[in-house]
Design a protein around this ligand. Structure first.
Ligand code: FAD
Length: 469
């Protein structure tokens, strides 16, 4: 009988635990250890105004197959929901405008597509991009912010690219590498696109055909991600140990030894294999002895922090008919106060099923563009600031009936310049050690589908090795 430890009970670790169970069968002992007092990690459904509301990840990319397949396998497909189709807005240059559609992650496919959001000077920069000499791109990597600023000017970065990329990574475009965060754009450049405008045109999804509707881009779970977390935990039938950090990882003969628990009363868990599905700082520490090169790689991956403020508005106080509003860096209220939130989701408009039990509209504000100072205030202060932002954007001043502030310290790994090489080196070092696998948001995408993919791959690697032994 094999015993496998899964360190980290976020979606990556839980997917690995579930897949290990299906591959190793009922006899295997699977132990999931998490230092938090609940499973799910960045998947966190909180009850607000009587309804389950996601305050970590709220959706998944439905154009990728991983979550859809997993939901089907777990018998949860009837729980899936898709957005209403309401469109998004952007606050830029002092105006709240429809988010342009002719872009790839904020990179314009033509000057015309983004004219509404840019100043005349900003627009001229975009027009001239195709006349510049081809981008100097030797197939390596470059900072998104630096490359796009040099081609399109600062406005495109501040008003379009950062708000869109910031929604995924939370940090600054200057700290993100093109190859890992915009792989389709990098591939278009690899293939010789003569300009960034042309590369964005090749990378952007084709416009919907006149005959058929495009499938929905995003999906979610009707009762929140808690449904997925519970579904995975039930199927994994693992021994779950919560509130216990794994402090050390050692190799002893053919086994693994994990030092688990508080500094005063640690105990040792001995297993045949280990899946590490923890954020980069924990992975760096745990791998320092057994896989020093992988530890160095994880040490290179920075994390951005953020906060999510959930609000239930009084029934009858309706937000605008948009799915939400992104706020560009540097935007100010009409009295000069800087905006605190980087985005609002008008959740009940975007997801019509999502309302308080008495019909209260739910609104979610995201804070954090990579500067720790933004998150220093108390919860009450953060709430006051985002309510002022909401009033400026929508005119809504009504006191919410319920609020919750959730802080995600080190919430999202930052895929910096050279990230794909860092990850390749990490995986190569880990793969040299039988019975060890890594999974998680630091590797092949921060989104939930990519995390599911890493959990699946880690489980398959371990199960393949154990069944050969
Ligand atoms: C605010 C926010 C909004 C997001 N929105 C979306 C979205 O809408 N769509 C989307 O696809 N993605 C979104 N993401 C990204 C996505 O949620 C995460 O990347 C993903 O959930 C990470 O899963 P994971 O299992 O890799 O890591 P985590 O969820 O971070 O899980 C890691 C677990 O490891 C545990 N741990 C850490 N150290 C130790 C240790 N030493 N010993 C034991 N346990 C340890 C932690 O407690 C944690 O539970 C969002 C992220 C955030 C923060």
């Amino acid at each position: 009988m094999s015993r496998v430890a899964v360190v980290g009970g976020g979606v990556s670790g839980l997917t690995a635990a579930h897949r290990l169970r299906t591959l190793l069968g009922p006899e295997a002992e699977i132990v999931v250890v998490d230092r938090a007092n609940r499973l799910g990690g960045k998947l966190y459904t909180h009850r607000i105004a009587g309804s389950g509301y996601d305050l970590g990840a709220e959706a998944f990319l439905a154009r990728r197959p991983e979550v859809l397949r997993l939901a089907e396998e777990l018998g949860l497909d009837s729980e899936l929901v898709y957005p209403s189709g309401a469109s998004a807005r952007i606050r830029a240059g002092g105006h709240t405008l429809p988010l342009p559609s002719g872009m790839f992650m904020g990179v314009p496919t033509s000057a015309e597509a983004v004219r509404s959001v840019l100043s005349p000077e900003g627009c001229r920069h975009v027009e001239r991009e195709t006349e510049l000499p081809p981008p100097r791109w030797e197939g390596t990597d470059v900072s998104v912010g630096e490359l796009l600023r040099s081609r399109f000017g600062a406005e495109v970065v501040e008003r379009l690219v950062e708000p869109l990329l910031g929604g995924v990574y939370g940090g600054s475009a200057d700290d993100l590498g093109l190859r890992a965060t915009m792989p389709a754009l990098a591939e278009a450049l690899d293939a010789g696109a003569p300009s960034l405008t042309e590369a964005a045109g090749r990378a952007a999804p084709a416009p919907s055909s006149a005959t058929g509707q495009r499938p929905p881009v995003f999906g979610a779970f009707t009762h929140g991600y808690d449904t997925l977390v519970r579904g995975l935990a039930e199927r994994a039938r693992a021994t779950v140990e919560l509130g216990l950090p794994v402090r050390e990882l050692h190799r002893s003969g053919g086994s693994w030894e994990l030092v688990v628990g508080g500094a005063h009363r640690p105990r040792t868990l001995t297993t045949d294999a280990v899946v590490l599905a923890v954020p980069p700082p924990a992975a760096r520490d745990l791998l320092s002895e057994v896989a020093p090169e992988a530890s160095v790689g994880f040490g290179r991956i920075r994390q951005a922090s953020m906060a999510v403020v959930g609000m239930a508005l009084p029934a009858g106080v309706e937000p605008p008919s948009a799915s939400g509003t992104l706020v560009a860096r540097g935007e100010r209220h009409s009295d000069g106060t800087p905006f605190t939130a980087k985005a609002f989701t008008f959740s009940s408009t975007k997801w019509p099923h999502l309302r308080g039990s008495g019909g209260q509209p739910l609104v979610r504000a995201s804070v954090g563009r990579g500067d720790p100072a933004e998150l220093r205030g108390s919860d009450a202060e953060l709430l006051r600031l985002v309510r002022a932002d909401l009033a400026e954007l929508t005119g809504i001043t009504a006191e919410p009936v319920e609020t919750v502030v959730t802080r995600w310290g080190g919430g999202i790994p930052q895929y910096g310049v050279g990230h794909t090489e860092t990850v390749a080196a990490v995986e190569e070092a880990v793969n040299r050690l039988p019975g060890l696998a890594v999974a998680g948001a630091a590797l092949h995408g921060v989104g939930v589908p990519a995390c599911v993919g890493t959990g699946e791959a880690a489980a398959r690697r371990i199960a393949g090795q154990l069944s050969r032994d």
